[in-house]
Design a protein around this ligand. Sequence first.
Ligand code: ATP
Ligand code: MG
Length: 223
Amino acid sequence: MSKSTSIDKPIHIILGGTFDPVHFGHLRMTQEMLNRFPTAKVSLMPAAYPPHRPQPGATPQQRIEMLQLVLGKYPQLSVDTRELERDEPSYSVVTLRNIRQEVGDACLVFLMGTDAFEKLNEWYEWKALMKLTNILVVGRPSSQLPTTGEVADFYHEHSIESLDELPQHRFGKVGFCQMPQLDISSTYIREQINQGFSPRFLLPDGILDYMNQHGLYGLNPKS
Ligand code: ATP
Ligand code: MG
């Protein structure tokens, strides 16, 4: 693991996702970020589901509440609700433009797993992201950094030598962060429940309690 970096400007790290539900894969990524960048502010930013994709099991409000439940006691971690406050799914580039205006010339880092990064070229105006933010890619089981194609070329064009360099760049760089990989996904959690199995120990107990209380993902509501 690379050592942490001392910096004079705050680093804003954003993990976008659907968090349906939030699990230890997401949460461990945030801690790995704080271990490397101790002064960072890390936001988890739930997205609205695009209309053509299967709709989430939890409502936007429930997804926010689950995130707040688990992040509430950690001051450096927060929930950014802006994408769910709009009625329609918003493009990441538009959201990041908005965030850039708020953070001024701070270092901005958009965090994503390799499964998301390998499809980056399907995102609206994806190359424009580089004028707004850095991207940090985290290894995820069953997917890898692309070695050929547009996204691979993009990675090579913008990649940094070492993660320690990242805080010096406000935007425009892509890094890869190796960390112990957790083969956990929200899909797997929903599938386990669907098959009548418990998802316990894949996510915080408090989240599972919330899911039980609200009868999410096919669980029977409990009081
Ligand atoms: P789903 O199965 O519903 O797609 P998910 O587990 O992939 O859920 P998302 O909310 O889609 O979770 O993920 C948000 C971001 O977090 C994505 O960039 C994704 O790559 C990353 N991520 C999620 N889980 C992990 C994990 N276990 N390891 C590394 N990255 C992860
Ligand atoms: Mg996903």
